[in-house]
Ligand binder design. Sequence first.
Ligand code: NDP
Length: 453
Amino acid sequence: MSEFVKNLMAQVKAKNPSEPEFHQAVYEVASSLSLVLEKHPEYRKEKILERIIEPERVIMFRVPWVDDQGEVQVNRGFRIEMNSAIGPYKGGLRFHPSVNLGILKFLAFEQVFKNSLTTLPMGGGKGGSDFDPKGKSDGEVMRFCQSFMNELFRHIGPNTDVPAGDIGVGGREIGYLFGQYKKLRNEFTGVLTGKGLNWGGSLIRPEATGYGAVYFAAEMLATRNQTLEGKRCLVSGSGNVAQYTIEKILHLGGKPLTISDSNGYIYDEEGIDQEKLKFIMELKNVRRGRVKEYADKYKTATYVPLDSNLDYNPLWDHKADCAFPSATQNEINGKDAANLLKNGVYVVSEGANMPSTIEAIDQFLDAKILYGPGKAANAGGVATSGLEMSQNSLRLSWSREEVDQRLHNIMKSIHKTCVETAEKYGTPGNYVNGANIGGFIKVANAMLDQGIV
Ligand code: NDP
């Protein structure tokens, strides 16, 4: 670790105690940026990195609501407005009981670089609540979303801050949030993305993150003159990102073998085909059930319940070529990374945000596999949110083919930026450095231009 990174991390830890995920995200980026800061003393002098790690604004608020039994419930809401140097704050809302300030700060920090990589004019933000939508009725989710928006509406707007979905926030939640915003503001604007198709949403937005992660994997494979055809693929999660990752793997001829949720995972040696994927989508998006039911229906599959005594995740311990972590942060630890490598995996394309620990990343880089970090590989979601904003501003809707083509081109361009930047800074093939440096430079230059604000 360089002296600069060591000193920076000491400051970050002292100033932001009890936020290990935020420390981890800053450490990963700062380690890459040492290479740039040596070449650009102006960034050091203007304290660009020190400014980027401090959110421009943090909003934290009470979210009271009444459950179906008439009991008052109180949750905590957040919005982290991290950086607006290149555009309005943009990033998802996460509703999950694990949500806290540190997790949202890591996500907002990552978002700044990711949004910059997309080439679209979007700053970085993230928000959410410790509310758990699992097991709640539609009425409870609606009342929660309305209460959440009763405070959030003051802070967002189509030119200020444009939230979207993330874990626990899909089409249903965006609908309730948008309805309440419209009522409070009395205006119909593109203030949220991931909207329904007949009220301002974009085709391909639901598919975009998963499709993008697979397009990114295909680009990485192309550098070795290979394709996804016939590749065995491990996928974690069973939500939005996992579902469309599986769909695109199928389009490109690969064989998805696994899905998971927080209770356990499914391994299907026969592969998950279109029909089985349809079952998963109905199970997770309509019936809101658990993946265990997949093994009840398809006898080719085995269900392995989560064993919290294990210090590794057996989902990553199957013979395969590619891995698409699509559930949550730190779901691949050092032991999992060793298992992946041992089983022949040589492509990791991260649909989730920061799913690999620092120990895991170090092993992927040492082994020189094709490792696409989340801020590059999963940027297709926010990129298509950016396309939804453009369509809203133009009051136009593009066709499915047009949005998909733009998404595909953006993923190719992000891949190219990563490859070229990594090479320029003397670490060819290192997509971590490519993504961190590529994302940083545009934001840093905008901050230099805009003065000390
Ligand atoms: P969903 O809520 O649709 O699905 C999340 C999936 O991950 C569920 O299967 C969930 O299981 C599982 N999961 C969540 N938390 C945990 C946990 N702590 N342990 C084990 N499993 C867990 O979310 P998304 O698919 O939208 O998001 C998945 C990941 O992708 C996140 O890291 C998110 O930040 C990232 N991402 C999402 C984007 C988007 O456009 N949606 C864009 C870019 C990144 P269960 O049902 O049991 O909760």
